[in-house]
Design a protein around this ligand. Structure first.
Ligand code: ZN
Length: 420
């Protein structure tokens, strides 16, 4: 169906459906005002009709954020928004007189009372296409979290543009990305309790996260997991393109699943997802931590020869191309300098006095990592285990993007052992 036809049908829905809070107006005289007393007003923007008791400046700020998230998801899914999205956003329910509360759908009112939100959709099949009309109900702010209307707006966009939001893990995971979205921020940005939960809870297996049922909702713990999986897939450069294509296929109604797309990469994906969760924190750049799985490793360096690896300061673990053999001693030497932090002075691979900027290594075997160990400008080390050697410039994982520069690291077997 062309966008024009969908839009025409969407307009028809607007005319047909009861406008839940269209009668929103200031409370009647004599009504008890809420603790943040304000009147309920309507606000309009290009794609939204907002009924809210937020002060005018905050209402306009919310509309601007809603429009920006809508622009972002329209571009991401490559399909324009269809029809006006009607939102009822409550700052304080006491500001809403009974006759206005009565116009809020019961499921919407229940979610608002919980301090949450909901997107109620109506889908109608027109010819061979499903066309939706969505109504958003949300609290403006729950314990400092102002993202609930944004989460529901992502659902509403999908409902009205595609007639559905896809399987549960995808629908809620992507809506949570909208929930926490901040313009220009590439790193992890979520609520502290989400990070605390994901870092310390019992890990869930990847296959248990992929719920292919077409439904919405879940426990808050489920939302944490679905957000983390979608955020990871959307940002890790090994999976982001396929993930975006998967989403477009899903929303277009094609029968494509996560397993169809990523089934052959499960081990790599699972390893990187666990790695992301282990280091999850505000500002973590998942894209900069993406693993290089294409690099070939060799275990034998011919006597008298050495091999080199290029290590960028602003990336996570990077392949050396050398597979270590347990008990063998290797020599290394790092050339050049790098900067471990914004405006930090350049240092060699020994790093600063506090250890920041030092060249460090880790060994991967069977998708498991050894403990990180220190290298430096030059020296030798004896491998404690077999496995592939990875290198990086040591800074806290959330601070990679502030680094700059790169080094060439030379590696060889210690000559005495090469003669064996
Ligand atoms: Zn949701």
């Amino acid at each position: 169906m062309s966008g024009r036809t969908i839009r025409a049908v969407a307009v028809a829905f607007l005319l047909l459906l009861p406008c839940v809070t269209a009668a929103a107006r200031p409370p009647q005289n004599g009504k008890k005002p809420g603790k943040n007393a304000a009147t309920v007003q309507d606000y309009y923007s290009r794609n939204f009709l907002l009924h809210t008791d937020l002060p005018k400046a905050e209402a306009n700020d919310l509309l601007a954020r809603l429009e920006t998230v809508l622009r972002l998801v329209s571009r991401y899914w490559n399909y324009p928004s269809q029809g006006i999205i009607e939102c009822c956003v409550v700052s304080d329910l006491d500001n809403w007189p009974p006759e206005l509360q009565a116009k809020i759908e019961p499921d919407g009112l229940a979610k608002i009372r919980e301090g949450a939100g909901v997107c109620l959709g109506t889908t109608r099949v027109v010819g061979k296409y499903a066309v939706g009309k969505a109504r958003v109900y949300a609290v403006a702010d729950h314990l400092g979290d102002k993202g609930v209307p944004l989460h529901e707006a992502v659902h509403a966009y999908c409902d009205q543009a595609f007639g559905h939001t896809g399987p549960q893990w995808y629908a809620e995971g992507m809506a949570e990305i909208g929930h926490y979205w901040v313009n220009g921020v590439k790193g992890v940005n979520t609520l502290p309790h989400v990070i605390k939960y994901l870092r310390h809870c019992k890990p869930r297996k990847l296959e248990t996260l992929i719920v292919n049922d077409e439904k919405r909702g879940g426990k808050w713990e489920d939302y944490c997991w679905w957000w983390s999986l979608c955020f990871f897939l959307d940002n890790n450069t090994n999976y982001s393109q396929q993930f975006r294509a998967l989403g477009r296929h899903i929303l277009a109604g094609q029968k494509v699943t996560f397993q169809d797309v990523f089934g052959s990469q499960t081990k790599e994906l699972d390893f990187e997802f666990r790695f992301t969760l282990k280091h999850l924190n505000q500002g973590l750049r998942v894209d900069l931590c993406s693993w290089d799985w294409k690099r070939k490793f060799v275990s034998r360096i011919p006597p008298g020869q050495r091999m080199s690896a290029l290590v960028h300061a602003d990336r996570g673990w990077q392949p050396s191309s050398l597979t270590l053999t347990a008990g063998v001693t290797y020599e290394y030497r790092a050339k050049d300098v790098w900067s471990a932090g914004k405006d930090a002075r350049s240092v060699d691979a020994d790093g600063a006095a506090d250890g920041r900027g030092r060249l460090v290594g880790v060994v991967m075997k069977d998708y498991k990592l050894s403990e990180e160990f220190e290298l430096g400008k030059s020296g030798s080390f004896t491998a404690l285990t077999d496995g592939d050697l990875y290198l990086r410039c040591r800074v806290p994982w959330t601070e990679l993007s502030g680094n700059s520069g790169k080094m060439t690291v030379w590696l060889r077997r210690k000559p005495a052992e090469a003669k064996e």
